[in-house]
Design a protein. Structure first.
Length: 228
């Protein structure tokens, strides 16, 4: 977590002092995190040596993104109370505590059907995001999904918020699966190095939750400021 925070601070510094390098490095960082992610998934023992790379790069990416969205709000004459980073952090921690409580009291459990449903939903979201990314390379935007829809107002902005909340919900459900995996590792007396893998998997989910939270906070800031 501390590595991710340090990466986020570096990302903000980079955006402020070397803005031209922010997005090229962001793309390179995205590719690097994908490589590191699959390296660790294929061999959990690698988590101890490489998880910090994922944390640092993702922290920097989220720092760049959050600062860019705060700047976009400022350019429009809007503002998010306390800043988008604080709002998204509060949402992330609240989701973590809520999901932990639901898991602890056995309200939600990572059964085979539950896990399969979450995996299918996640695959659908991933494919949609990839299509949106390809469209953006050609100057087009995915209706409702892109943050540009927040500026359109009306039903378009509201549908965008609804989709954002839905995706945030799916990301949150992965915490139940993560908690189940961690509990299983503990009960099976797994090797101590698996602690790094469990921490890595949990961090991946929290990064996704924060990402969706900061986008949601941005959409809400635009919506409420437009109403003013």
């Amino acid at each position: 977590t501390s590595v991710a925070v340090a990466g986020g601070m570096f990302g903000i510094w980079l955006t402020q002092n070397q803005p031209g390098l922010a997005w090229p490095l962001g793309i390179a960082g995205f590719i690097a995190t994908i490589v590191v992610y699959f390296m660790i998934i294929r061999n959990p023992a690698r988590a101890k040596q490489t998880a910090w790379i994922y944390a640092a790069i993702q922290g920097a990416f989220l720092g760049v993104l959050t600062h860019a969205l705060d700047s976009a709000l400022a350019n429009m004459g809007y503002a998010a109370m306390g800043g988008l980073a604080l709002q998204a952090f509060i949402i992330t921690i609240s989701v973590l505590i809520s999901m932990l409580a639901l898991y602890y009291f056995r309200v939600l459990q990572p059964t085979k059907k539950f896990t399969a449903a979450v995996q299918v939903l996640t695959l659908g979201i991933f494919v949609t995001y990839m299509i949106s990314f390809v469209m953006s390379m050609f100057g087009a935007q995915m209706p409702f999904l892109s943050l540009g829809s927040a500026m359109e107002g009306g039903n378009t902005a509201l549908i965008g918020i609804g989709l954002n909340v839905l995706i945030l919900g799916v990301a949150s459900l992965w915490l139940i699966i993560d908690f189940g995996m961690i509990e299983q590792q503990i009960k099976s007396n797994a090797p101590k190095q698996m602690e790094w893998f469990c921490a890595f998997i949990l961090m991946v989910t929290l990064v996704w939750i924060y990402l969706e939270a900061v986008k949601l906070c941005f959409r809400l800031a635009v919506l409420f400021n437009n109403r003013d």
